[in-house]
Design a protein around this ligand. Structure first.
Ligand code: F6R
Length: 243
């Protein structure tokens, strides 16, 4: 695992954006795996700046988001569709037909999961997957459990995740209780992974990734199995890692 410790969130975001930009320059038709949540917002902001300055072209890239709440309509301001358009897609020259996010407003979630996995396969797999880390160690919405799913699936959210995500909702009861998420195997099949971790509240769980122990109770520890992963943290997030 390649570990980069930055002084603060802004530095972390700039570093991550540089890696993503490099990937797009090497392969203009790159397939990117994207995350929502507060962690990558600064990175997306940096990418938008590069695009506006004419330094980065998104016209040929394809994107797949990790997850979406179930059930939620795309135009709902709490949906990850809305989030991604607000924080990235509506500010860059991406082709709207190349954006993929699980549809959280379908009757048959299983069908949607199979469709999503097929689309990732047809796109040739993900070149670079951007991830955030849940406070309970989840990746995407692969929640701590005695067993994890390999492919895209419908999952109940744990109470910790519902509580953590309630900050984006008026009321905790409004937080959806289910989500569609890419599975751990779909994530681990990405050619490269970029895990971003920020803030002291993630310090203890972040340290678990570097202990050499792999457990489904902390899904992020499975990332140690990946041959090309870079973890970019700010100092606060890295504060519990044994030196
Ligand atoms: C989001 C996602 C989640 C978040 C994680 C951290 O698409 O899949 O795993 O990355 O919950 O969220 P933040 O960045 O808000 O702390």
């Amino acid at each position: 695992m390649n570990k980069i410790i930055c002084n603060n969130y802004i530095e972390m975001s700039r570093y991550a954006a540089q890696i993503i930009a490099k990937q797009i320059k090497v392969r203009p038709s790159a397939v990117l795996g994207l995350a929502t949540g507060s962690t990558p917002v600064g990175t997306y902001h940096e990418l938008i700046k590069m695009n506006r300055a004419g330094k980065l072209d998104f016209s040929k890239i394809t994107t797949f988001n990790l997850d979406e709440y179930y059930r939620i309509e795309k135009h709902n301001p709490q949906s990850y569709h809305y989030f991604m358009h607000k924080h990235l897609f509506s500010h860059i020259n991406i082709n709207s037909g190349s954006i993929h996010i699980p549809d959280g407003d379908v009757d048959c979630a299983d069908e949607e999961c199979r469709r999503y996995d097929c689309m990732i396969e047809q796109a040739g797999g993900i070149d670079l997957q951007i991830l955030g880390l849940g406070a309970n160690g989840h990746i995407g919405f692969n929640e701590p459990s005695s067993a994890l799913f390999s492919n895209t699936h419908l999952t109940p959210l744990t109470i910790e995740t519902i509580q953590a995500n309630s900050r984006f909702f008026a009321n905790i009861d409004d937080v959806p209780k289910y989500a569609i998420t890419m599975g751990m195997s779909s994530i681990l099949q990405a050619k490269k992974i970029l895990l971003l971790i920020t803030g002291s509240s993630k310090a203890k769980i972040a340290a678990e990734i570097f202990k050499g122990r792999i457990t489904t109770d902390i899904p992020a520890t499975l990332l140690q199995l990946h041959p090309d992963i870079t973890v970019i943290m700010d100092r606060e997030a890295a504060s519990c890692i044994a030196q």
